[in-house]
Ligand binder design. Structure first.
Ligand SMILES: [Zn+2]
Ligand SMILES: [Zn+2]
Length: 60
């Protein structure tokens, strides 16, 4: 994990406590490894977030 999945900033800069709380409820907007925008699909059972380089993250 290098980048914040919610705001896209590096995790060593700033305070991401509120981001971490939000990410418990909603899918990440940015790939944690490369900061690319994730392609997010929300569905009734959870969500899928896809990075074109790093593949798919799922939850739910
Ligand atoms: Zn953040
Ligand atoms: Zn990625």
């Amino acid at each position: 994990m290098t980048y914040c999945g919610r705001c896209g900033q590096t995790l060593t800069e700033g305070n991401h406590a509120s981001c971490a709380q939000a990410l418990a409820l909603e899918p990440p907007r940015y790939c944690a490894e490369c900061r690319r925008r994730m392609i997010v699909q929300v569905h009734p059972m959870g969500w899928t977030a896809r990075c074109s380089v790093h593949g798919v993250l799922t939850a739910g």
